[in-house]
Design a protein around this ligand. Structure first.
Ligand SMILES: O=C(O)c1cc(=O)[nH]c(=O)n1[C@@H]1O[C@H](COP(=O)(O)O)[C@@H](O)[C@H]1O
Length: 284
């Protein structure tokens, strides 16, 4: 079984370092001529998968926009995830889950178990109940060859007060990075990966050259670095260079609205434009 990090590294090498978010905002559904309901969500998500298969490293469905429509939306999300599996496109399900360990086991089974209809290749996890509270998800991901992205230095301006706060001199973000490093080291010792560990960090492309000041050495992270904030939140190639400097070869740059706004017919061209813009700085 090839682990998630190695599968992502291979997809990145083949298709470029871009992840496109599947974020069916109501305004985007309207602009695409789709209804704001389960059918509209399904058509939207399937179009992104179909158009971008083989052209991106991964897609990242945003669960919130599907959950808005309850069971109809969740059913659409299941279909989008199944279509991506069928098309061989890696999925990062953006659910930002995090809970006490016993409940975390339920979330882990929901997204990381081979038998779950909502299974994805990786999920985003919110570690603010403590890194170890994520244990059930981290363990199940390892057992099933899946991955996790831990929120470390997120793209939103409010994040700094929490993620850069220090306890015993160590920032919250640095503790998350250390937790991810420990996980990847254990997985490597067990022979589970070669190129990239299964546990990555979310580091916003908007944060500027500040990771070091938060005590996070991005160059030492041996998992993937998911960098949202490209496009609608203002970051581009220059900002990626500024944030990631020597860690660039592990970055997957993520954009949702910036690509999706091109509409179904323009998706490929928008993704290709982003790929050439960011490849120039991330793969050099
Ligand atoms: O985990 C994420 O993907 C994420 C982390 C973060 O720090 N910032 C961030 O914007 N995201 C997600 O990335 C997507 C960004 O969307 P756009 O701003 O439209 O590109 C949204 O689905 C956010 O929830």
């Amino acid at each position: 079984m090839t682990g998630f990090g190695d599968r992502l590294a291979a997809a990145r090498a083949e298709n470029g370092p871009v992840c496109v978010g599947i974020d069916p905002h109501p305004e985007l559904l309207a602009a695409w001529g789709l209804s704001d309901d389960g059918d509209g969500l399904r058509t939207f998500g399937l179009a992104v998968v179909e158009r971008l298969a083989g052209k991106v490293a991964a897609v990242k469905p945003q669960s919130a926009f599907f959950e808005r429509h309850g069971s109809a939306g969740v059913a659409a999300l299941e279909d989008v995830l199944a279509a991506a599996r069928e098309a061989g496109v890696l999925t990062i399900l953006d659910v930002k889950r995090g809970d006490i360990g016993s409940t975390m086991g339920g979330y882990a089974e929901a997204y990381l178990d081979d038998a779950s209809p909502l299974r994805a290749d990786a999920v985003t996890l919110s570690p603010y109940l403590g890194f170890e509270s994520l244990r059930p998800a981290l363990d199940l991901a390892r057992r099933t060859g899946r991955g996790a992205f831990i929120l470390a230095l997120t793209s939103n301006p409010e994040a700094a007060a929490v993620q850069r706060a220090r306890h015993d001199g160590v920032s919250v973000a640095a503790r998350m990075a250390a937790g991810a490093a420990d996980e990847n080291a254990a997985a490597r010792a067990a022979g589970e990966w070669a190129r990239l560990g299964p546990v990555g960090l979310v580091v916003g492309a908007t944060i500027g050259p500040t990771a070091g000041a938060a005590g996070v050495d991005l160059a030492a992270v041996d998992g993937p670095l998911l960098a949202p904030g490209i496009g609608a939140q203002g970051a581009g190639a220059a900002e990626l260079t500024e944030v990631f400097s020597t860690a660039r070869e592990r970055v997957v740059a993520s954009s949702s609205r910036g690509v999706l706004a091109a509409g179904p017919e323009g998706l490929d061209a928008a993704a290709e434009a982003l790929r050439s813009e960011v490849s120039a700085v991330l793969t050099s």
